[in-house]
Design a protein around this ligand. Structure first.
Ligand code: C2E
Ligand code: MG
Ligand code: MG
Length: 613
């Protein structure tokens, strides 16, 4: 039994405890309805009484104790009532109306105007039982009204009904209907106080943000009900990770139920009020990754689900919940970029990188319409004759304030942000038009090579875009080369064969970029309708000095020729490199040795200069 008579420090939190979890097979999600909620017993509720007469409080408390209630907070000082309510968040307030200085009406009106208190039910206990008073109290938002002297049975029944209604309301507002876990609102409302405690006790808390990898894909392919089952399964597995037998967790056993939250679609958060050493967070993160990655069976399918985790530590990474959550989220995005199925602690460097990335993405959306995007052209030279036979179009972004942003930086951002299709289409149109212009200007039948990103390649509209670019420029398809990276076409070889054939049938040439950096299957290489291999710069860089690279480059050339493909060496910077390549039969080269990528007019001049020689 606990009675707190103010002024005395407030008791622990009073929000309804979380639902008990279903036990069962942790590795398979069965069908069935949603969570079986067990509401907390009304008798666990904390009852607050505000009455200027001590004897009324004593009598009412006695009635309620007889009915089994045990937690009371009482005060006879109405001027302090609001502070106490704010601090201790009781489940219900029994409120007298007539009190000196601050009346029950004043307290009620304040509570209803305060978003954090307005959901707390208030039962009025008063000797003024006239119709007008009752009406005014109900109008101000009283939940119920009882006349004094109080009839004990009526009081007990009304209180029970009020508390039951409140428990349902809390359940809906603070718990996720699918998994039964506390939700984001609960996270914010409950953990604010946990953080305050950590502040006083000088403890380190951890917010661990868990996001499932490729959940959207599973949802889209297997359907939403399978997705729901999977989320429930994930919730159960995470709960199991946090069980009290856990040696990692330094918290008291009864806290475990309330450390796990579902705060968004496929986003879960673990809060650890006192982590002890930072290494404990690492151990827990590893265990979560391992447990979630175990195979599971949903809709009769075996699935392998992985997750990415971001970790923010209080107080180093943030002083309040919002910041901690945001930083854990940033760290999580970084874990995804690291290739998923991993965890990442938040750091200032990660934050700086993420902020730059977000700002670049924002700026990139406006770059085309602001005319900040252009194409530079790097000559492709025939090694035997020394003639320029074409060019590769390379995208450039010159931002008004930031200056040149490297394509190595902005192309991946454009891909992730879904902007690459538009940029890529623009490049195909612009490069085709320039190429036609060169032919018209008498520079010869130059070919133009355009890089296509994996996203563009996988999208439906690529063929139409190519068609439209060629059509508008009136360029013969045989003058357009599409460069695709090796890893792109090897990601899904069977699909790639079909897509490549379609492009090939239009009369274009196909080139494999950065060859040697991915893993090609020779049997597929034979089946792809390719024209050209580009030996990656990383091999060319150290030839002829590096015997391994020299051997690999020579072997790639032999292999390519045996498959009927011509070979372009990338990144040729020296006469020695070129001499070696010529010796081993390489067909073409690109590189600073001949020319850097140039703006269009400078490219035209460079080609003319070469032709005059
Ligand atoms: P990539 O297609 O392999 O292009 C070759 C890169 O090597 C270019 O870098 C080029 O400037 C650089 N390079 C050429 N010769 C030399 C040399 O002798 N030495 C050195 N150190 N570097 C040389 P850049 O222009 O920075 O482009 C980087 C990558 O960005 C490209 O690699 C390509 O993957 C991507 N990219 C560029 N433009 C586009 C585009 O329009 N669309 C798509 N999807 N990707 C593009
Ligand atoms: Mg390229
Ligand atoms: Mg390349």
């Amino acid at each position: 039994m606990s009675t707190v008579k103010y002024p005395i420090p407030a008791p622990a939190e009073t929000l309804a405890p979380g639902p008990k979890t279903e036990s069962g097979d942790a590795s398979s999600a069965q069908g069935g309805g949603d969570f079986d909620y067990r509401l907390p017993s009304p008798r666990d509720a904390t009852i607050m009484m505000v009455d200027d007469e001590e004897t009324t409080i004593d009598v009412v408390q006695m009635f309620l104790e007889d009915a089994g209630y045990t937690n009371f907070i009482t005060t006879t000082d109405s001027t302090r009532a609001l502070d106490i309510i704010t601090e201790s968040r009781p489940d219900v307030v029994l409120l007298d109306l007539k009190m000196p200085v601050v009346s029950g009406f004043d307290i009620l009106a304040h509570m209803r105007a305060d978003s954090s208190l307005k959901h707390i039910p208030v039962i009025i206990l008063t000797s003024a039982t006239d119709g007008q008073t009752k009406l005014k109290a109900l109008e101000l938002g009283a939940t119920d009204f009882l006349g004094k002297p109080v009839d004990s049975s009526e009081l007990v029944l009304r209180l029970r009904n009020t508390l039951t209604a409140k428990a349902y309301q809390d359940r809906l507002a603070f718990y996720d209907g699918l998994t039964g876990l506390p939700n984001r609102r609960m996270f914010m409302s409950r953990l604010e106080r946990a953080l305050q405690r950590a502040r006083h006790e000088n403890k380190n808390c951890v917010v661990m943000h868990i996001n499932l990898d490729r959940f959207k894909q599973i949802n889209d392919t297997l359907g939403h009900s399978a997705g729901d089952l999977l989320l429930k399964l994930v919730a159960r597995r995470l709960e199991a990770c946090l069980r009290p037998d856990d040696l990692v967790m330094a918290t008291e056993p009864q806290d475990h139920d309330d450390n796990l939250f579902r705060i968004g679609g496929d986003e879960f958060t673990i809060f650890i009020p006192d982590i002890g050493k930072a290494d404990n967070a690492t151990q827990l993160a590893r265990r979560v990754l391992g447990d979630l990655a175990k195979p599971c069976y949903v809709a009769k399918q075996e699935l392998f689900l992985t997750s990415s985790i971001g970790i923010a530590v209080y107080p180093d990474d943030g002083d309040d919940l919002d910041t901690l959550l945001k930083h854990a989220d940033i760290a999580m995005s970084h874990a995804k970029q690291q290739g998923k199925n991993t965890y990442q602690f938040y750091s200032k460097e990660i934050n700086a990188r993420t902020e730059r990335r977000l700002s670049l993405e924002h700026q990139l959306r406006k770059a085309l319409s602001r005319d900040e995007i252009s194409l530079h052209y790097q000559p492709k030279v025939d090694i035997a004759s020394g003639r320029v036979i074409g060019a590769e179009a390379l995208m450039r972004w010159t931002h008004r304030d930031l200056g040149m942003v490297s394509p190595m930086e902005f192309i991946p951002i454009a891909e992730e942000a879904g902007l690459i299709t538009e940029l890529g289409a623009w490049a195909l149109h612009t490069a085709s038009a320039h190429c036609k212009g060169w032919q018209n200007a008498g520079l010869g039948e130059l070919r133009i090579a355009v890089n296509v990103s994996s996203q563009q390649f996988r999208q439906q509209g690529l063929l139409q875009t190519i068609q439209s670019a060629l059509g508008q420029a009136k360029l013969d398809p045989k003058h357009l080369v599409i460069e695709l990276t090796e890893s792109m076409i090897m990601a899904n070889p069977a699909e790639s064969v079909a897509a490549l054939r379609e492009i090939k049938e239009m009369g274009l040439k196909l080139s494999v970029d950065d060859f040697g950096t991915g893993y090609s299957s020779l049997s597929y290489l034979k089946r792809f309708p390719l024209d050209e291999l580009k030996v990656d710069r990383s091999f060319v860089k150290d030839i002829p000095g590096d015997a391994d690279d020299a051997a690999i480059t020579a072997a790639i050339i032999v292999l390519a020729h045996s498959l009927g493909l011509s070979v372009v060496a990338e990144g040729v910077e020296t006469a020695e490199q070129l001499a070696f390549l010529k010796n081993v039969g390489c067909d073409e080269f690109q590189g600073y040795f001949f020319s850097k990528p140039l703006p269009e007019p400078a490219f035209v001049d460079r080609v003319k200069l070469a032709q005059e020689k």
